[in-house]
Design a binder for this molecule. Structure first.
Ligand code: CMX
Ligand code: CO
Length: 141
């Protein structure tokens, strides 16, 4: 069903501060950033190298754009830390149908827009053994 771990997401109030720390202290590289208004987050993708290789896992640094967004509400209840992990697939529609047939609770009826024009959905933490899991189908080039 899945090809690799696409990213692990870290949520914090100040993305720029966290990205600078990753760059200066750990030598990670910023590859991409965008604001996702629908999700209410600023998303910065950082990687251990300056260019992505096929199955490289990134870290997604998240900061809320508004206090009433999912990540904003999460930060009211949690300290900055790991928020979700994302599993990559070539075919989110087939994966979603297969998981639903196995009784897995997905958050959205249809995939939504994710980073870099990807299509995303989420496995509810109740179906993810306590972990929020994103399913991501990267844009095909
Ligand atoms: N990881 C694990 N568990 C989580 C969680 C998280 N990130 N967020 C909430 N939960 C758990 C809570 O601990 C709580 O568990 P209990 O009932 O056992 O106490 C339960 O889920 C409900 O918590 P809540 O505070 O009421 O949270 P909501 O139901 O309002 O929201 C969720 C939870 C999953 C529906 C919401 O986080 C969501 O819609 N997430 C998907 C969207 C998202 O995360 N977008 C930002 C990233 C975008 C991107 O990656 O591109
Ligand atoms: Co994500």
């Amino acid at each position: 069903l899945f090809t690799c771990i696409d990213h692990v997401a870290y949520a914090c109030p100040d993305a720029d501060e966290a990205v600078a720390y990753y760059q200066e202290t750990f030598g990670w590289h910023e590859l991409h950033r965008e604001s996702n208004d629908e999700q209410g987050v600023l998303e910065v993708m950082v990687a251990p190298a300056g260019e992505l290789t096929e199955h490289m896992t990134q870290i997604q640094i998240l900061a809320p754009l508004r206090p009433d967004s999912t990540v904003g509400k999460w930060l009211e209840n949690n300290r900055p830390g790991l928020h979700h992990m994302a599993w990559r697939t070539d075919d989110i529609d087939t994966v979603s149908a297969t998981l639903r047939s196995r009784g897995v609770r997905l958050l959205y009826d249809e995939p939504k827009h994710g980073t870099h024009n990807s299509r995303i959905n989420f496995i509810h933490p109740k179906s993810g053994k306590g972990v929020l899991i994103e399913i991501v189908e990267p844009a095909k080039h």
